[in-house]
Write a protein that binds this ligand. Structure first.
Ligand SMILES: Nc1nc2c(c(=O)[nH]1)N(C=O)[C@@H](CNc1ccc(C(=O)N[C@@H](CCC(=O)O)C(=O)O)cc1)CN2
Ligand SMILES: Nc1nc2c(ncn2[C@@H]2O[C@H](COP(=O)(O)OP(=O)(O)OP(=O)(O)O)[C@@H](O)[C@H]2O)c(=O)[nH]1
Ligand SMILES: [Mg+2]
Length: 450
């Protein structure tokens, strides 16, 4: 498929670093039967059956014993011959086995190279290859189930269906290009715009599902900001359900940023507690406050905490002035227990507010629900397949081309061109229309051995 691709034999430890019951080395390449015979001391493995054997060094001495699996291509994970050595899971043993594989002519696999080969050999498309990593990295059960759906082709199937419908419509439109006099009547008779709008609607449904999937995968970064002593660390602990940050009544308790990943309804949320913002001469506190601003730069949502008894004061205004305009924020009126208020959410003076008590946890659930709503998570993860920002971007571009096509359909050449561009954008998702350098970026983010 790709001529620059030279299929040398690659090998890597496939199991996680460290000690484990069993450790697996994976080897992929062409014609690996001699390799299997060499490492097993002359045995011939039966394809796809476990062979219990010594793994032997060049001098015939045993390096380890374990199970050898031989998957002759194309019926393997990569589509090439694959050998698995399932040995004892110690780092030293595995290093010795890997060194032996290198001695037998393999080279160290690059990150993602096994999956890349699976992609290049048409064992899976690009969205499926990406879902392999997403499955491994899944932060929640729902995310893992969604990733497996994508791995099994649910997302790719939706995209292929859309592409097929686009191709059918394009054939119709391109055919009329040959008969310019009757083109518009012809397109009307064939209900080209009706077909286009059906495709647009299907795309919108896929987009909505993919968006939920991307949220499940990527989660959000929430930063807690406010003046000292308003209860940021207390809220951090309430969200985490654990004493992760130090709480005292001394202003300036938190000096460094404290991070914790929590799940809200299966959505991974990275919560960042920060040093309270004020003018100070304390050198350490100054550095802490600098870090607060750095965390703000990278956040998706800011929770601006205020003491509920004081509300949004002038010094809060100074903080707000420095928040990036793009950053969505929720004002948290904390310590309502001290004034006997009940928790509530709402819109006050154009600000989204939540009144709660970090100390008693009253209202913390309301805050969690607002956070999910803010990033557009709809709570129902049933049927969601995992997707990435890259996919959403491609879907958005395809949608924009379809929208232009719908407006310009009477200019048949533009109509045809916009349909073609929409199809290309969608094909980037499955990798039929993807530049090599993008593939490099995608696979380099895999771990070694995958
Ligand atoms: N031991 C082991 N476990 C593993 C993997 C592996 O590589 N080795 N996997 C690595 O990710 C995952 C499973 N993925 C796999 C995907 C395809 C094939 C395979 O042999 N496919 C052939 C035959 C299919 C069949 O018999 O139906 C093929 O596609 O032609 C194997 C593993 C998870 N568990
Ligand atoms: N009654 C009551 N006290 C609270 C509440 N939240 C925090 N506090 C108290 O307020 C004080 C300051 O809380 P922290 O969570 O350390 O405040 P902070 O914003 O992290 O402060 P710095 O780290 O100094 O910026 C502590 O004595 C907390 O027990 C609340 O909801 N109700
Ligand atoms: Mg604190």
């Amino acid at each position: 498929m790709n001529l620059s691709y030279a299929p040398s034999t690659i090998a890597a430890i496939a199991t996680a670093p460290g000690r484990g019951g069993v450790g697996v080395i994976r080897v992929s390449g062409r014609d690996l039967l001699p390799f299997a015979q060499a490492i097993s001391g002359g045995k011939t493995p039966k394809p796809r059956y476990a062979l219990y054997t010594d793994f032997v060094a060049a001098d015939g001495s045993a390096l380890d014993n374990g199970l050898l699996l031989f998957f002759p291509g194309p019926n393997s994970f990569t589509g090439e011959d694959v050998i698995e050595l399932q040995g004892h899971g110690g780092p030293v043993v595995l290093r010795m086995l890997l060194a032996r594989c290198i001695e037998l002519g393999a080279r160290h696999a690059e990150p993602g190279e096994f999956t890349r080969r699976a992609f290049l050999n048409d064992k899976m498309d690009l969205a499926q290859a990406e879902s392999v990593v997403d499955l491994i990295d899944a932060a929640s059960e729902t995310a893992a189930r969604g990733a497996l759906k994508s791995l099994k082709g649910a997302f790719s199937g939706e995209i292929h269906q859309l592409v097929d419908e686009l191709i059918t419509l394009r054939m119709l439109v391109e055919a009329t290009l040959d008969f310019p006099e009757e083109d518009i009547d012809f397109l009307k008779a064939a209900d080209a715009t009706g077909k286009l709008s059906a495709i647009r609607q299907r795309l919108s449904r896929v987009q909505a599902t993919a968006r939920q999937g991307a949220i499940l995968r990527e989660g959000m970064h929430v930063v807690l900001v406010g003046e000292p002593n308003v209860g940021k660390s207390s809220l951090m602990n309430a969200l985490a359900g654990d004493e992760v940050a130090i709480v005292t009544d001394i202003a300036g308790t938190t000096r460094d940023t404290v991070r914790e990943e929590i799940l809200i309804d299966e959505v991974p949320v990275h919560v960042i507690d920060t040093a309270g913002l004020r003018d100070t001469d304390d050198v350490v506190e100054k550095i802490g406050i600098e870090r607060t601003w750095q965390a703000v730069e990278r956040a998706d949502v800011a929770l601006v905490l205020v003491d509920g008894r004081e509300g949004i004061t002038g010094s809060v205004g100074t903080i707000l002035a420095r928040l990036p305009e793009r950053l969505p924020r929720i004002f948290v009126f904390n310590k309502i227990d001290l004034v006997g208020e009940t928790p509530r959410v709402g819109d006050e003076d154009g600000h989204e507010v939540v009144h709660l008590s970090a100390a008693t946890h009253a209202g913390v659930d309301l805050l969690k629900a607002r956070l999910l709503a803010l990033i557009g998570f709809q709570g129902d993860a049933e049927g969601v397949f995992l997707a990435r920002e890259r996919h959403l971007d491609a879907i958005r571009r395809a949608g924009a081309h379809l929208d232009t096509a719908a407006v310009e359909w009477q200019q048949v050449e533009i109509f045809a061109e916009e349909l073609r561009l929409a199809q290309n954008a969608l094909s980037e998702i499955t990798g039929e229309f993807t530049a090599d350098d993008l593939l490099g970026v995608i696979f380099s983010r895999f771990c070694i051995g995958k």
